[in-house]
Design a protein around this ligand. Sequence first.
Ligand SMILES: [Zn+2]
Length: 161
Amino acid sequence: MVILSLVNQLKTIGFKVEDFNYVALSHTHFDHIGHANYFKNATWLVQENEYNLVTSDSEKTKNPNIYNAIKELTKIKKLNGDFDVFGDGTVVIKTMPGHTIGHQVLYIEAGLEKPILLTGDLYHFEKNRENKGVPSFNYDVAQTLKSMEAFEAYAKKLMLQ
Ligand SMILES: [Zn+2]
């Protein structure tokens, strides 16, 4: 198996990190922020509470690797809810907190045959979606369940089921 860096993966489809105006992460867990600093010229679209937490003094001390992975992202657009990235409904960030304080999912239809919803870690496995299973390490279990309901309602509205 060949593991390509994000930079090389982008190269295979004709992009460079400098080509991006925006970067968004579903949340700031270690397994979702790996190459974030490469996008230091882009504007980071992040829920304000997620940003405030990950950049807080206590988190910098407790999880320095997390902070170090995003610290070069200095162009910040703090969100407080859903955000229509281009103002035309083709790429929309939906706030779905619970897994982390500012977890978000992404609706994309731009350039695709069929729109998709990226769930981030709202669901880790298909089974989680079927049985509404919530990992005990989630930031807020009740909030996660509420987000799952909102996600399913949104998917149904979009007829993406
Ligand atoms: Zn996670």
